[in-house]
Design a binder for this molecule. Structure first.
Ligand SMILES: Cc1cc2nc3c(=O)[nH]c(=O)nc-3n(C[C@H](O)[C@H](O)[C@H](O)COP(=O)(O)OP(=O)(O)OC[C@H]3O[C@@H](n4cnc5c(N)ncnc54)[C@H](O)[C@@H]3O)c2cc1C
Length: 458
C-alpha cells in the first residue's frame, strides 16, 4: 500500500511577499514595522536575493523610504565629479558634484534581510515553483516547494516583488490585464562588474585622455545606439575599476555582456572580475495599476524604474514604504480601499518623475547615436538638464538658458522634432499624475489611463 499524500505545511500571515530583492525585503520590513505578520519568500539560496552587483543610488530616496543611506563598506563611492562624453567623445559635460553614491547591493541586501528578521519577518529561501490560487478574482494562497516538500502560504495581502517577470502579477487576471510584460524594445540589457586593474599606468593614461581623476565617473553615452552607456570609474587606489554598461535588449547593438566585452577589449589595463552581474531592466512608464484586491506590485515587478537610466533601486525601496503607510490602519491590508490608497499615493507622488523620464528614455532611443551627438553639440544637453536626472528629480533649465536652447533647436529642426515633444511630455506628466483618481473607481481609472496613453505614449 502506498501512503496517502501528505497535506502541505500551511503558513498563515497577514502579508506574504514574493522576492527578497531590495524592493521585496524593504516592503516586508516596513509592513512588519506597522505590526503585520509577514513572510518573505525567494526561490534563490539563502542570502543570494536581488541584485548582486553595485548600483548608483541617491540619498533622498533612502530618506523617503525610511532607511539610513549606505555607509562604508556598503557605500563604495560617494558623489564627486562626473564626466559625460558624447558618442564620438568630441563633446563633454562635467558635473562637479554628482549626488550618486555607488552601493554594494550584496551588503545592502544583507542589511535589509537582517533588519527585516529583527522586525519579525519570517524569511524563507529556496521556495521554488510558486503557483497562485485565486478565488473570486483575489489571490488567497500561493504554494511552492522547499527541498521537495510543498508549502502553502495564505495571506490577506500578497506582494509581488519578483522582479520584471512578475510571477504573481501575471497569474492574477485582474492585474495582468493592466500590466503587459515589457517587450525587448523596452528592456535594458545591463551588466556591472568590479574588475581588478592589471596595469595602473594604462588606467592613468585612460584618465588623462578623458580628463578625469581617479574616483570620478566617466559616462560615455550613446556608444551603442541612442539608449546606451558605459560608465567607468577607476578607484582612487588604482587597484580596482567599476564598469557599468547598458544597451537596449532588442538586438541591433548587441547585449550588455557584448558591450562589456567590447569595453574590456578596448581597455586592456582592466583585469579579471572581482564580482558583479547583469540582468534585464524594464524600461517603461510604471504601470497605471499597481494593485488589485489582495495583490500589490513593488520594484521591477511594477516597472518602478527611472527609465532614462534604468534606476530601479530607489523607487522600489520607496514603494515598500508607501505600501506600509497606505495599508496601516486597514483591518484587511489587501482590501480594495487599502490597495487603491497604495497605488494612488505612489503614482500621484512619483508618477510625474517616472513618466517624465520615460519620455526622455524614448527620446534617446529615437535620437540614436547621431542624435545624441548633436544634442551634446547643441549645448541643450548641459548641467541644468542633466543634474535633475542624476538627482532622480524633476527640474527645468533656468529662464536665462531657455532662449539659447530655443535658438539651438531652431537651428537643427530634426533634433527639435524629437526633443521638443519629449520636453512637452515631461511637463505634461506632472499635470497628468495630479489627476490620478484618489478613490476606487474602475471607470475613472480607465479614463485616466486612456488620457495618459495619449499624452505620454502607451
Ligand atoms: C547591471 C545593472 C546595473 C543597474 N544599475 C542600477 C543603478 O545604478 N541604480 C539603480 O537604481 N538601479 C540599477 N539597476 C536596476 C536595479 O538593479 C533593479 O531595478 C533592482 O534590482 C530591482 O529590484 P527588485 O527587488 O524589484 O527585483 P530583483 O532585484 O530582480 O529581485 C527579485 C527577487 O525575486 C526573486 N524571484 C524572482 N522570481 C521568483 C519566483 N518565481 N519565486 C520566488 N522568488 C522569485 C529573485 O530570486 C530575486 O531575489 C541596475 C540593473 C542592472 C542589471
Amino acid at each position: 500500500m502506498t501512503a496517502p499524500p501528505r497535506a502541505p505545511e500551511t503558513v498563515r500571515a497577514d502579508v506574504v511577499v514574493v522576492g527578497a530583492g531590495t524592493a521585496g525585503t524593504q516592503a516586508a520590513l516596513q509592513l512588519a514595522r506597522t505590526g503585520r505578520s509577514v513572510v518573505l519568500v525567494d526561490r534563490r539560496p539563502a542570502g543570494q536575493g536581488g541584485a548582486r552587483w553595485c548600483n548608483g543610488v541617491v540619498a533622498w530616496q533612502f530618506a523617503r523610504a525610511g532607511l539610513a543611506p549606505p555607509q562604508r563598506p556598503e557605500l563604495r563611492a560617494d558623489g564627486g565629479p562626473v564626466h559625460l562624453l558624447s558618442p564620438s567623445r568630441a563633446h563633454r559635460v562635467r558635473i562637479d558634484d554628482s549626488p550618486i553614491a555607488e552601493a554594494d547591493m550584496r551588503l545592502l541586501g544583507q542589511r535589509l534581510w537582517s533588519d527585516a528578521e529583527a522586525a519579525g519577518v519570517d524569511l524563507r529561501w529556496g521556495v521554488r515553483g510558486i503557483r497562485v490560487h485565486v478565488e473570486w478574482g483575489r489571490p488567497r494562497a500561493i504554494t511552492g516547494s522547499v527541498d521537495g516538500e510543498e508549502v502553502r502560504f495564505e495571506a490577506a495581502l500578497f506582494v509581488d516583488a519578483s522582479g520584471r517577470t512578475g510571477v504573481l502579477r501575471d497569474a492574477v487576471p485582474a492585474l495582468a490585464a493592466w500590466c503587459p510584460p515589457a517587450q525587448p524594445a523596452d528592456l535594458c540589457s545591463a551588466q556591472h562588474l568590479i574588475l581588478e586593474v592589471d596595469d595602473a599606468d594604462g588606467a592613468r593614461r585612460f584618465l588623462k585622455e578623458v580628463e578625469a581623476e581617479p574616483g570620478e565617473a566617466v559616462d560615455h553615452l550613446g556608444l551603442a545606439g541612442g539608449y546606451s552607456v558605459a560608465v567607468i570609474r577607476v578607484e582612487e587606489s588604482l587597484e580596482e575599476v567599476s564598469v557599468l554598461v547598458g544597451t537596449l535588449a532588442e538586438g541591433g547593438h548587441g547585449s550588455g555582456p557584448d558591450l562589456m566585452r567590447r569595453i574590456r577589449h578596448e581597455h586592456p589595463w582592466m583585469g579579471r572580475s572581482v564580482f558583479g552581474g547583469g540582468a534585464l531592466i524594464p524600461l517603461r512608464r510604471t504601470y497605471d495599476r499597481l494593485a488589485v484586491p489582495g495583490l500589490a506590485l513593488v520594484g521591477d515587478a511594477g516597472a518602478q524604474v527611472m527609465a532614462v537610466h534604468g534606476s530601479g533601486i530607489g523607487f522600489g525601496l520607496i514603494a515598500g514604504k508607501v505600501l506600509a503607510e497606505a495599508t496601516a490602519g486597514h483591518v484587511d491590508p489587501g482590501s480594495p480601499e487599502a490597495m487603491w490608497a497604495y497605488q494612488a499615493r505612489y503614482l500621484r507622488e512619483f508618477g510625474p518623475i517616472l513618466g517624465a523620464y520615460d519620455a526622455f528614455r524614448r527620446m534617446s532611443v529615437a535620437l540614436g547615436s547621431d542624435g545624441v551627438e548633436r544634442l551634446f553639440a547643441s549645448g541643450v544637453f548641459g548641467p541644468s538638464l542633466i543634474e535633475p536626472g542624476l538627482h532622480q528629480r524633476l527640474g527645468s533649465p533656468p529662464a536665462h538658458e531657455l532662449a539659447g536652447h530655443a535658438r539651438a533647436l531652431l537651428a537643427d529642426r530634426a533634433l527639435a522634432a524629437v526633443v521638443v515633444p519629449a520636453l512637452v511630455r515631461a511637463g505634461a506628466s506632472q499635470l497628468l499624475y495630479r489627476a490620478y483618481p484618489t478613490r476606487p473607481s474602475e471607470r475613472a481609472l480607465r479614463t485616466w489611463s486612456r488620457l495618459a496613453g495619449v499624452v505620454l505614449g502607451a
